[in-house]
Design a protein around this ligand. Sequence first.
Ligand SMILES: [Fe+2]
Ligand SMILES: [Fe+2]
Length: 325
Amino acid sequence: MSEQRFGAGIWHFATYVDRYATDGYGEPRTILDAIELAGQVDDLSVVDLNWPFFGGDISDDDVSKALDKAGLGVIGITPEIYTRQFSKGSFTNPDPGVRRLAHEFVTRSCDVVRKFGADYVKLWPGQDGWDYPFQVDHGTLWQHSIEGVGQLAAENPDLTFVIEYKPREPRVHMSYSSVARTLLGIEKIGLPNVGILLDFGHALFGGESPADSAQLAIDHGRLFGMDVNDNLRGWDDDMIAGTVHPIELFEFFWTLHKNNWEGVWQLDQFPFREDSVAAANLAIDFLKRVQKGLAVLDVEGLKQAQAAHDAVAAQRIAQNALFGS
Ligand SMILES: [Fe+2]
Ligand SMILES: [Fe+2]
């Protein structure tokens, strides 16, 4: 295995507000503060940046300098198409003017991707969907989801777009909600520069087996990126990777490994009450255990066990590799 690179969403190093701690879980930070903290993580190579940059009037050059100082590159730019102006949707907003605004907004973020030489535009249309039965015409809504992404991908063939699906939150039902539905949309768009960013926690939250989701996306040539974290499966808790579902995380990475999928292993965690640098270090240390586990996995034994659907034998092999025999 080549030298594995690790990344993180820059929001990992921000502070957060929710509907309870409306005064926030910490003093507000700018994106420059967050980049400085990310630079303190032991083994981080790249970050995914929210755009516009949070914390005030911050220029591309300010961010460039902070990244250089922290020794970090940019893997992706996440245009914020889920803030108040898009609360009734971005690509699926009922108002064509707001849909246009979303398009223009993401188009502007494309230039930021070019400027930083990032790998992709990360689309997380978290407000695209519905809340109540009878609220929307489902055919129209899905059509808008597909057209919104398709138009951007067609107009920017030099760039890659990744869709990060999630079942719900903030919308009660998100339009791009599952691996299968997102693949259907991408195949309908029919362009080579649109793929999936598979968030391990979103797959868990959606009742998927993340390894199976990864295999499906890979089989369609559409696994362009990934995030890891953990949760208790009932919500997108964005906890520290490896803390709750170590075996499923191991199977997920085994699936990437056996398909020769090479990309950044990226953290999408929200350490509300934890030290963000320590939380990132703990996750990356666990991911390194996963790497070691992959190196010693009894591949032949696993093949035989899987050929017979022998759950006990397969589990023993996986446990021996990850936890030691
Ligand atoms: Fe994510
Ligand atoms: Fe998430």
